[in-house]
Design a binder for this molecule. Structure first.
Ligand code: CA
Length: 235
């Protein structure tokens, strides 16, 4: 069953772009050009797996709408904001957003966030249950099966703890992209603030040890000193 994403945004150019990329990610979409009808959808018990919610709407602020959504539903919500200063991460997360994206954003980036949030909420499992090589050259040593939460490296199935899997998955989805420790924490941990087991460095060290036991000379995870980590691009 394809997950159903409700897009709440009054600018057609943006909703068109989001619909296009999400369709390519095997999601169903439904567009609302103002905010209050979302409450009717939820009240009617319609299937909603995730809401992409713009803060600037004609009838109600997205922030106020999110508060009202949270009075009745824990459906995952990704906020769209016009300026980085419009919302800070803490405020957005306090009122119950699962993530946010600052305009102008790349639709692909938003699609990646949608998938990450769906994965955490469990709704995306059905959409990605088949083992598939990652995008890129077929020489990639990585194979990913999100349905089974399995990652293989050089043909060897990795035995990964929950957070090791989550961390590696984040890195794998954008090879070469440098993630800060905070970004990795936010994306790989279900409740980053509450977790007692949240040392990104320790988990990366454990993952590296497992990879090294398979390919001793390779350095598939690159440390960017003072910043964070990235998956090495294929040679
Ligand atoms: Ca808007």
């Amino acid at each position: 069953m394809k997950p159903c994403i409700v897009i709440v945004e009054d600018e057609p150019a943006i909703t068109d772009a989001i619909e296009f990329v999400l369709a390519a990610e095997a999601c169903r979409t439904r567009v609302l050009h103002c905010g209050l009808p979302v409450l009717d959808l939820l009240a009617a018990g319609e299937e909603v797996d995730l809401i992409v919610l713009d803060i600037g709407l004609p009838d109600i602020s997205g922030m106020d709408l999110l508060k009202r959504i949270r009075e009745r539903s824990q459906v995952p919500v990704i906020l769209l904001t016009a300026r980085a200063g419009e919302i800070d991460r803490v405020l957005g997360l306090e009122i119950g957003a699962d993530d946010y994206v600052v305009k102008p954003f790349s639709p692909r980036e938003l699609a990646a966030r949608v998938k990450a949030v769906l994965r955490r909420s469990g709704a995306g499992a059905a959409a990605s249950s088949q083992a598939a090589p990652l995008e890129g050259p077929s020489t990639s040593p990585w194979r990913l099966d999100q349905g089974k939460r399995q990652i293989s490296y050089c043909g060897v199935l990795l035995e990964l703890s929950r957070y090791e899997y989550n961390l590696l998955l984040v890195l794998l989805q954008h090879p070469g992209h440098v993630y800060t420790r905070d970004q990795l924490m936010q994306q790989a941990w279900d409740e980053p603030e509450a977790s007692m087991d949240r040392t990104v460095d320790t988990h990366i060290k454990n993952i590296r040890a497992k990879l090294k036991s398979i390919a001793p000379d390779a350095e598939p995870i690159v440390t960017h000193r003072g910043v964070g980590y990235a998956l090495a691009l294929e040679p």
